[in-house]
Every structure is written in structure tokens, then in C-alpha cells.
Ligand binder design. Structure first.
Ligand code: ARG
Length: 263
């Protein structure tokens, strides 16, 4: 009798625990269906470095990815200044042609020097650009920089592309695969409304008014592309993909001369 009762209590306890788990797990795991977007970059999909061979990622010497970058010469990579704060060339690698971070595809290049914009302090103050020089030339397919005469590429509403291996939701985990998405550039006034730190000379914003598609943590330094040119480097934002809070990118055209001097 006591044994049967004990079994019943145990069974009840397991059932209660299971229900408890079930009520927690779907609520936290189901944010993608809550927002109605697929859980990639944020709101993007898988793409390949064979299509976009100038998209690279920065890794530590142990191989862990921490930022993105863009090949702008066979041996030069543009990234964000905040990505290379406290980094030495010897502790930094550039990985080219590897869609899947868990594969060994492509090339791992060493870095021989790191130039960080001399006026850089924090991402929200601008100047968030850096140039890495590689130990070897890795590809002859690279992306041209937007120049000061490319003002049309920065018009509000311009369709731009973002790429990276960063997190697929704010506070989420990083993507194993390269992801890409399309976002419209916002007007200066839209971005200024979102962020008091927005500077139209050093930054450009992109995102839908309703959010849902954005770069996120780990995408920093990676490309914002329009008209076949590098127009931005992923820099900062409040959370990721939230309505009214677009992603902020370093405005490459504003830094064309100083970057070009490093190439
Ligand atoms: N600072 C982030 C990084 O280091 C990038 C954040 C971009 N945020 C955004 N909402 N678009 O990877």
C-alpha cells in the first residue's frame, strides 16, 4: 500500500516537473515566432562566402570568431575600431572563405599590423573604423569603398545588405553559419530620433521602422553594402532589431581618405 502511494507521488512529482519545464522552455525558445521573423543575423538567411568572397571574420589565435570585416584589397581588411581595442596583430586572425565556423574551409590569414582611427574613443562617438594588414594576400576579389561622391548610396530608403556570423537575437547565441539580410537605410532624422549620439557625418543607420531585421553582437566590423560598394561597417545599436532602433554603421565615405591612405 505504502509502495503504491509512493509510486503515485513520484509519478505526480515527475508530471508537475515536466509541466513546469514545458511552460518555461517554449516561452524562452520561441521568440522567433513571437516576432514573426526567422532567427538569422536577426531576420536574415544563410548565404555563402563563395557569393560574397569579401566577407571575412576576425578570430582570436584560438580560432574563436569575435567580429566581421570586409576585404578591400587582397591583403587589407576594413573592420570596426571597437573590434580591435586591446588586440595585437599576433592575437588576431582573419578567416576567409569559411561559411561554417565549425569547418576548416577557406584560409586563415595572420595579421601584420592594425591601424585604428586615431580619433576613436567609443563606438557611439564615431570614428569606428580600422584597417588590418594581412600577412598574406588572400583573394583578388574585394569590395570597393564608397567615396565622398557616393552621396546617392546613402539616401534614405536605399536597399542595403548586411552580413555576419553574430547573434541571431539580442542576447542570443552566435550563428554557426554566415547569414545575410536586406535592410533599408533610414533618414538622418529617423536615426537622430532613436539615438541622441547619432552623427550624420560619421554614421549611417539601417533598419525597418518595425524592426525585425538587423545586425547584432558579433556582426560588428562587418559590411553594410549598397550599389556594389562598402558603405558602412557594423558599429552599434540599442539591443538588436527592435522597432524604432535601427542598427548604426560607421559611414565609410566619410573616412574614405584616411582608410585609403592605409591601403
Ligand atoms: N556592437 C556590436 C558588435 O560588436 C554590433 C551591434 C550592432 N547592433 C545593432 N543593433 N545593429 O558586434
Amino acid at each position: 500500500m505504502a509502495k503504491t502511494l509512493h509510486r503515485l507521488i513520484t509519478a505526480l512529482a515527475v508530471a508537475v516537473a515536466a509541466v513546469g519545464l514545458m511552460t518555461v522552455a517554449p516561452a524562452s525558445a520561441d521568440t522567433s515566432s513571437d516576432t514573426g521573423v526567422s532567427p538569422y543575423i536577426v531576420g536574415g538567411s544563410r548565404v555563402s562566402t563563395s557569393t560574397y568572397p569579401w566577407v571575412v571574420y576576425l578570430a582570436s589565435s584560438s580560432g574563436s570568431q569575435f567580429c566581421g570585416g570586409t576585404l578591400v584589397r587582397a591583403n587589407k581588411v576594413v573592420t570596426a575600431a571597437h573590434c580591435v581595442v586591446g588586440r595585437t596583430p599576433s592575437s588576431t586572425r582573419v578567416v576567409h572563405g569559411r561559411d561554417d565556423k565549425q569547418s576548416t574551409a577557406g584560409t586563415v590569414a595572420t595579421v601584420t599590423s592594425i591601424w585604428r582611427h586615431p580619433s576613436y574613443t567609443t563606438a557611439t562617438s564615431g570614428y569606428d573604423v580600422a584597417v588590418l594588414t594581412l600577412g598574406t594576400s588572400i583573394s583578388s576579389t574585394y569590395l570597393p569603398l564608397a567615396t565622398p561622391s557616393d552621396t546617392a548610396l546613402y539616401a534614405a530608403g536605399t536597399s542595403s545588405r548586411i552580413y555576419g556570423w553574430g547573434t541571431t537575437s539580442s542576447g542570443g547565441s552566435a550563428s554557426r553559419y554566415l547569414l545575410g539580410a536586406t535592410v533599408p537605410l533610414t533618414s538622418d532624422s529617423t536615426c537622430r530620433t532613436a539615438y541622441s549620439q547619432y552623427s550624420p557625418t560619421s554614421m549611417v543607420c539601417a533598419g525597418f521602422p518595425q524592426g525585425g531585421v538587423d545586425t547584432c553582437q558579433g556582426d560588428s566590423g562587418g559590411p553594410l553594402v549598397a550599389g556594389g560598394k562598402l558603405i558602412g561597417a557594423t558599429s552599434w545599436g540599442r539591443g538588436c532589431a527592435g522597432a524604432g532602433y535601427p542598427g548604426v554603421y560607421a559611414r565609410i565615405a566619410s573616412y574614405y581618405s584616411v582608410i585609403n591612405a592605409q591601403l
